[in-house]
Design a protein around this ligand. Structure first.
Ligand code: NDP
Length: 284
C-alpha cells in the first residue's frame, strides 16, 4: 500500500493560520508579538532561511526586527546588539541565524539571549529544561517533527524510535522528545555499527544526518513512519533530496515526509509558535 505522505506544507499553513487570532488579540492589547532576526554575513543558504522566516512572521501579523550585520562584526558588538534586543519590550523572541562566521563563538552569543526570549531554544538553560522534562521552548525542527508524527497517527508509547544524527539542534532534542513521549529511543551517529540493522528495527525513524539518500529504502521496516529532516542539494542542480531514499522507502513505510515540503515548512511554523508563546508569556 502506498505510504501516507505527511504534507508539512499544508500542516504548517494550518498551524500558522491557527496563530492568527491570538496574534490579533495580543496586538489589540498593545503586545503585538515581535521577532528579532540577526544575520551575520552573507551565507546564501542563511539568507534564504532568514527571508523565509521573516515572510512567514509578517504573514502571521508578527513584527519582524531585521538586523543584518557585516561578516567581520566583532563578537562583543554582536553581544551588545543581542542585549539591546533583550531589553526591547517590542521584541519577544531573538533568533541569531546559525552558523555564525568562524571568528564568532555561537555559544557565547546564544548565552547572551535571555531564556524568556530564546525562541530558537538553543540556550543552555532551555536545553537543560528540555532534558529535565520541564520544557519552556522546544527547538523548532524537532518540535515540527513531533507534529508530523502526530499527523501520521502513530502511537509512540513503547514504539521503537531510531534517530539518525546527534546534533544539538536536531538529533539530541528529537531523541528527548521521543523519550518524553514514551518511545524506546536509539540514537545513531557516524560511528554506529550496522546502521542498516538499527534502521530496520525502527517503528519510527527520524533521519537527520545530512547525507543525501544515505538511508536506503530497503532498510525501512514495513509499516514504519519515516521523518526525513535532511535537506541536500543535488550537485549542479536546483533539486533537493532528503537523507532517505524516498521512492523505495515510501513503498515500505506507512507514512513518510517528502523533501521538500515535509519538515522544512514545519520548522518555520514552530518558530512562529514559539514567538507567540514568548509574547503571551511576557503579556501576563
Ligand atoms: P550535523 O551535521 O550537525 O549533524 C549530523 C549528524 O549525523 C551527526 O551527529 C553525525 O554523526 C551524523 N552522521 C553523519 N554521517 C553519518 C552516517 N554516515 N551515518 C550515521 N550518522 C551520520 O547536521 P544537522 O543536525 O544540523 O542537520 C542534519 C540534516 O538536517 C542536514 O541535511 C540539514 O540540512 C537538515 N536540517 C533540516 C532542517 C529543516 O528544517 N528541515 C533544519 C536543520 C537541519 P557524528 O555526531 O558522529 O558526527
Amino acid at each position: 500500500m502506498a505510504a501516507l505522505v505527511l504534507d508539512g506544507k499544508a500542516l504548517a499553513a494550518e498551524v500558522r493560520a491557527g496563530l492568527r487570532d491570538e496574534v490579533d488579540a495580543l496586538a489589540a492589547a498593545g503586545a503585538r508579538p515581535g521577532l528579532a532576526v540577526v544575520l551575520v554575513g552573507q551565507d546564501p543558504a542563511s539568507q534564504v532561511y532568514v527571508r523565509g522566516k521573516a515572510r512567514a512572521c509578517e504573514e502571521a501579523g508578527i513584527a519582524v526586527f531585521d538586523h543584518k550585520l557585516a561578516k567581520d562584526t566583532r563578537e562583543d558588538d554582536l553581544i551588545t546588539l543581542v542585549r539591546q534586543l533583550d531589553d526591547d519590550p517590542r521584541v519577544h523572541g531573538i533568533l541569531v541565524q546559525l552558523p555564525l562566521p568562524a571568528h564568532l563563538r555561537a555559544d557565547r552569543v546564544i548565552a547572551a539571549i535571555s531564556p524568556a526570549k530564546d525562541v530558537d531554544a538553543f540556550h543552555p538553560e532551555t536545553t537543560g529544561r528540555l532534558f529535565a522534562g520541564t520544557p519552556t521552548f522546544v527547538p523548532c525542527t524537532p518540535a515540527g517533527c513531533m507534529r508530523l508524527l502526530a499527523l501520521s497517527g502513530v502511537s509512540l508509547p513503547g514504539a521503537r524510535a531510531v534517530v539518525v544524527g546527534r546534533s544539538n539542534i536536531v538529533g539530541k532534542p528529537m531523541a528527548q522528545l521521543l523519550l518524553a513521549a514514551h518511545a524506546t529511543v536509539t540514537v545513531c551517529h557516524s560511528q554506529t555499527r550496522e546502521l542498516a540493522a538499527e534502521v530496520a528495527r525502527a517503528d519510527v525513524l527520524v533521519a537527520a544526518l545530512g547525507r543525501p539518500e544515505a538511508i536506503r529504502g530497503a532498510w525501512i521496516k514495513e509499516g514504519a513512519v519515516v521523518i526525513d529532516v535532511g535537506i541536500n542539494r543535488v550537485e549542479g542542480t536546483k533539486k533537493l533530496v532528503g537523507d532517505v531514499e524516498y521512492a523505495p522507502a515510501a513503498e515500505r513505510a506507512r507514512a513518510i515526509t517528502p523533501v521538500p515540503g515535509g519538515v522544512g515548512p514545519m520548522t518555520i511554523a514552530m518558530l512562529l509558535v514559539n514567538t507567540v508563546q514568548a509574547a503571551r508569556q511576557s503579556a501576563r
